[in-house]
Design a protein around this ligand. Structure first.
Ligand code: MF3
Ligand code: CO
Ligand code: CO
Length: 269
């Protein structure tokens, strides 16, 4: 496929064409379907490496390509971030315990298009505070998504998320952000999950990007462990994240990574 169509804004943001939404839907639906199908496997006693192996097999069976295997030296088909891990948790030997909460983040490439999505899972019994954190993080993502329409700015998205999270006395992580994507994994702009209304680039039809707020029960600061990937909360407080890949349409937003089974939220079964 020709990869040079469309134009780029002065902020370096690529404007895709009407025919490009279909490719993003196909990639996004596969990523979301994989997150649907891994859900029943998330049980106490299973290792994060076993979940990742299942995800890698699903990517292969679909004839798709994992965007994360080989990305900057990363070796896995998913990131699995437990409890106080904010993002980029590396799957491995660690066994999931009763009461753990975890984010699973999958990015696939289908016909050259990228689908990037993550959601929260619960193993065994969910504590009240973890349930609140997960609900607020989920709803904060949708506050951001509601702000996606031509004429609004990226600052409007960040502001909507920050306002919602802080009104529930939780904090938004500043150290990681969403990103443009499409025919590439990470492109301009940085999609901040905090900000001031009316600031940042203007949203235009044809922009494709992720919104992926990370929310902490405690303070927003993070640190990256010596494996150079795993980001954790500095105060060891619980952290949650949800991510969708979206496109700006003429009058609003098109979500590419909706769950085909309607399972986007852990308590929806
Ligand atoms: N999927 C992550 C994101 O939302 C990126 C993971 S990169 C990896 O942007 F190498 F850590 F997998
Ligand atoms: Co992303
Ligand atoms: Co992701």
């Amino acid at each position: 496929m020709d990869d040079t169509r469309g134009r780029t804004t002065r902020d370096g943001i690529r404007i895709y064409e009407p025919g490009d939404y279909a490719g993003m839907h196909k990639a996004g639906a596969l990523a979301a379907d994989i997150l649907d199908r891994v859900a029943p496997m998330v049980q106490p006693g299973v290792t994060t490496g076993e979940l990742d192996a299942a995800i890698e097999a699903m990517v292969d069976d679909a004839g798709a390509v994992s965007a994360t295997i080989g990305y900057k030296g990363y070796k896995h088909a998913s990131c699995i971030s437990l409890n106080h891990v904010v993002c980029h948790g590396i799957p491995g030997e660690k066994k999931i315990k009763d009461g753990d909460i975890l984010n699973i983040d999958v990015t696939v490439i289908v016909d050259g298009w990228y689908g990037d999505t993550s959601r929260m899972y619960v193993a065994g019994k969910l504590s009240r505070k973890a349930e609140r954190l997960i609900q607020v993080t989920h709803d904060a993502l949708f506050e951001g998504i509601k702000a996606v329409k031509p004429g609004n700015t990226f600052g409007d998205i960040g502001h909507a998320i920050q306002k919602y999270v802080e009104s529930h006395r939780m904090s938004v992580v500043r150290d990681f952000c969403g990103h443009g994507l499409g025919r590439v994994f990470h492109a301009p702009p940085n999609v901040l999950h905090y900000g001031r209304p009316g600031t940042g680039p203007m949203l235009e039809e044809g922009m494709f990007f992720t919104i992926e707020p990370m929310v902490n029960l405690g303070r927003p600061e993070t640190k990256v462990l010596s494996d150079d990937w795993t980001a954790v909360t500095r105060d060891k407080s619980l952290s949650a994240q949800f991510e969708h890949s979206v496109g700006v349409t003429a009058d609003g937003v098109d979500i590419f990574t909706l769950s085909p089974a309607g399972k986007y939220h852990p308590t929806w079964g």
